[in-house]
Design a protein. Sequence first.
Length: 191
Amino acid sequence: MGTIRANPIHLNKYHRSRFKKLLLIAMLLVSVTAGYAWSEKTPAIEYQVKASYIYNFLQFVEWPPEAVAGGTIIVCVLGEDRFGAALQAISGETVRGQKIAVRHFKGTEGLDACHAVFVSASELAREQSVLQRLDGRPILTIGETSGFTDRGGVINLVRIANNIRFEINQQAAEHNYIKISAQLLQLGLRR
């Protein structure tokens, strides 16, 4: 496995403050869930945490300007949607002057219009074909299955003990014309 290397990004006072707040939120989410016993009865909490991660990822990812020229960042969920209202809560929020819209898909038709695609664990059987279809397009792919980043996904949300963490495949991001901030790269697990 390779290591993630990034050039530091110099943030102005406003961005440093905002980054610190987002980092604090992420750390609070981890600490709140650290002592919580995960079970089949607690997927709502797990997916609230994952929705928070997705929202924060959008803050620290840049797409090519022409990819987000429409003024909306479209976040898509492919397959079983276990988020409930948690992910829908970010719909209408603004990131870098772009509004967020959330859409749900059972099939792969229409995914090309998405900026971020969460590939649910229910799609494991066709995950590889989905990643191949989206390969080389300015789409942030986010998964939740073991080996997702090894198969070409950009970010994978993984459960380690009682915590949700994430790993990043920086090469896949670059291949999809997506820039991930150095701060986010530093917080991600090494792949």
